[in-house]
Design a protein around this ligand. Structure first.
Ligand SMILES: [Zn+2]
Ligand SMILES: [Zn+2]
Length: 256
């Protein structure tokens, strides 16, 4: 009784059909050559045992031996096959090899190489992204540090600015106290004043206010100028410091 079990080979049933007849080593085959013979495969199932053999495979795994037979009517034990038949034969051989040696299936080996390649590419990408991320983090830390430094500097400058404004107010108050508008403390004695020729007096503040009036007409888009003009009229000292002559500016005339 045969221990072999047939596997699909190259014959009438297989894709591409049966092989062509081998007509000798001097003949170039053609598509029209007669078909003849077959390639048959046979494996040995796992349940086959023999006395003294304890190396039989696990259930369902064939013994690691495959019989390949070329059956032909001619004298030469050879047939001719084409690519379709060769591919079919290779599939059968690979399928058997994977079953007989499941620890190293051919397909898995290819997959493993592919997966390893993908993993290596991903690791390279990961390293690149990590480097960029670290650099960006460093930049961010640097920018945050500069921002904090600038914030501190801004606080200091703001404080100094407020201090300067306070001192300016103080100085203006002191000046107004020493020589307030309308003060007559610096005026000449009346007998000397009587000897002086009369001349119209326009205070420096009001004169500047009039210059600002001109600037306002020439620069209608500068809406900050009117406030400056009004401020200057407001700062007029009303009388000439030495003669007491009143400022002739229209701003001191009662409104109609
Ligand atoms: Zn005025
Ligand atoms: Zn005035």
């Amino acid at each position: 009784m045969s221990i072999y079990a047939s596997l699909p080979g190259v014959d009438e049933e297989s894709p591409g059909g049966p092989p062509w007849a081998y007509q000798g080593s001097h003949i170039l085959p053609t598509e029209d050559d007669p078909h003849a013979g077959c390639v048959s495969l046979a494996s040995i199932p796992s349940h086959i045992t023999r006395d003294g053999r304890d190396d039989h495979p696990d259930d369902g795994t064939p013994w690691p031996w495959l019989r390949i037979a070329i059956d032909t009517d001619t004298e030469d034990p050879a047939v001719v096959i084409g690519p379709a038949q060769a591919r079919h034969l290779a599939e059968q051989l690979n399928a058997w090899a994977d079953e007989a040696d499941p620890t190293n299936p051919a397909g898995e080996g290819e997959d493993l190489v592919e997966v390893r390649r993908e993993r290596d590419q991903l690791l390279t990408m990961h390293a690149a992204v990590t480097t960029q991320w670290r650099a960006a983090e460093k930049d961010l830390a640097q920018v945050r540090y500069q921002r904090d430094q600038l914030r501190e500097a801004l606080k200091t400058v703001n404080g100094q600015c407020r201090g300067a404004e306070g001192r300016l107010d103080e100085l203006q108050k002191q000046q107004a106290a020493v020589n307030p508008p309308g003060s007559t403390s610096k005026q000449f004695p009346a007998d000397i004043l009587a000897l002086l020729a009369h001349r119209t007096y326009l205070s420096t503040a009001c004169e500047t206010a009039r210059l600002l009036d001109g600037a306002i007409i020439r620069n209608p888009d500068r809406d900050d100028l009117p406030a400056w003009r009004d401020r200057m009229h407001g700062r007029c000292r009303l009388n000439h410091k030495f003669t007491g002559a009143p400022c002739s500016c229209h701003c001191h005339q009662p409104a109609d």
